[in-house]
Design a protein around this ligand. Structure first.
Ligand code: GLU
Length: 356
């Protein structure tokens, strides 16, 4: 996608109202911003949550929300068209068309499928249609579902090589502490690198109906900033939230600056999109060679491995202390690992994960 381009994700608590119905006014306000940005030359993809909540508001008859995933997935099938209808109405006020794209994790794992999803999103953009993306909740296998749209939005930002990702939510941004527990919590304006202490600041905050919380937003920001995408966590319920998040003034929400050393789209795909089929545990010498000399991982450096991986599958690489140090595409099958090629993971297919 030609820059500038933005993926904007709106969370369940922002998209739905107190009764769980679609908050048309919020969608209308986002559509105003999207249309204004498009006039300025931005490409925009919207990632929406809220299908399950809106669906339950429609069929739940006031009962408590179910917890079993099969029912929730079925309920999403009710809510998704309600959500799309609301998005269509919001954009039709400006004469803009919308298109629905539902993605599942497998669409990101299979490289062919991934490239195809990219072409579809690009073609919609070329047709001037606003793509509205959600997870394909109704059919995705529960075991492997994303479950939260923060990660999905970061993957979509990587997929379309967006310059920006905006996560609109029900807080002012990332705060120094959980404001419910610490009233002196203040907003962090800019984050230049995401380290463990920041991840702990994000904690495990969760709101009632959304599934992400701040930890999942920071994880999404990490994924996006590694792909070179500037990420902003900003409040949905303020005037012109998207335009203000993208103004560059750093006076609205929390901006995460992209990492200087940006991963290529393919390496970001290896690092964050494709699921791991196994683990290789490596020794100290191999770790040195990877981290300090940019070498490929040789079979002799692998102390042990687990998983049923085949050549070309993604594997996690664990260091001597059991920590995840890298991810890569393996060149040998698990079955014939010991007889295989000398190179277990070539450096072109390897991403080091420990650098902040
Ligand atoms: N895909 C879910 C839905 O539309 C939302 C996941 C989330 O809360 O991020 O209901």
């Amino acid at each position: 996608m030609t820059s500038p381009s933005v993926v904007v994700k709106i969370g369940t608590t922002s998209v739905t109202d107190a009764h769980g119905g679609v908050a048309q006014d919020v969608l209308d306000a986002v559509a105003v911003d999207v249309v204004a940005l498009r006039h300025e030359g931005w490409s925009v993809v919207v990632v929406t949550s809220g299908a399950i909540t809106a669906g339950w508001a429609d069929v739940g008859e006031g009962r408590a929300r179910p917890t079993d995933s099969t029912t929730l997935q079925a309920v999403s099938a009710v809510g998704q068209p309600l959500l799309m209808d609301a998005w269509r109405r919001a954009f039709s006020l400006h004469g803009a068309s919308v298109g629905q794209v539902l993605l599942a994790p497998l669409d990101f794992s299979h490289r062919g499928q991934y490239l195809h999803a990219r072409s579809t999103l690009q073609a919609l953009d070329a047709l001037n249609v606003v793509a509205i993306v959600n997870e394909n909740d109704a059919v995705a296998d529960e075991e492997i579902r994303f479950g939260d749209n923060d990660r999905l939005a970061a993957l979509v930002a990587n997929l379309v090589t967006a310059s920006h990702l905006v996560l609109l939510t029900d807080t002012q941004g990332l705060l120094t502490a959980d404001p419910r527990l610490d009233p002196s919590a203040t907003l962090i304006d800019v984050v230049t690198s995401i380290d463990a202490s920041l991840e702990s600041v994000a904690g495990r905050s969760r709101s009632g109906v959304g599934s992400g919380g701040m930890a999942s937003k920071v994880a999404a920001a990490r994924m996006a900033t590694w792909s070179g995408v500037t990420t902003v966590i900003a409040p949905a319920h303020e005037p012109s939230p998207l335009v203000r998040a993208l103004s560059g003034a750093h006076d609205f929400g929390t901006t995460f600056e992209p990492r200087a050393e940006r991963l290529s789209a393919r390496k970001a795909w290896i690092a964050f999109a494709v699921a791991s089929a196994g683990i290789l545990r490596i020794n100290q010498g191999a770790l040195q060679a990877l981290e300090h000399h940019g070498r490929s991982l040789l079979r002799v450096g692998v102390e042990s491995f687990s998983g049923e991986f085949f050549e070309g599958d993604a594997v996690e690489i664990h260091g001597p202390q059991g920590e995840v140090v890298a991810k890569g595409l393996v060149r040998v099958n698990a079955e014939s690992f010991l007889e295989g090629d000398d190179v277990a993971v070539h450096r072109d297919d390897l991403v080091l994960l420990r650098r902040p």
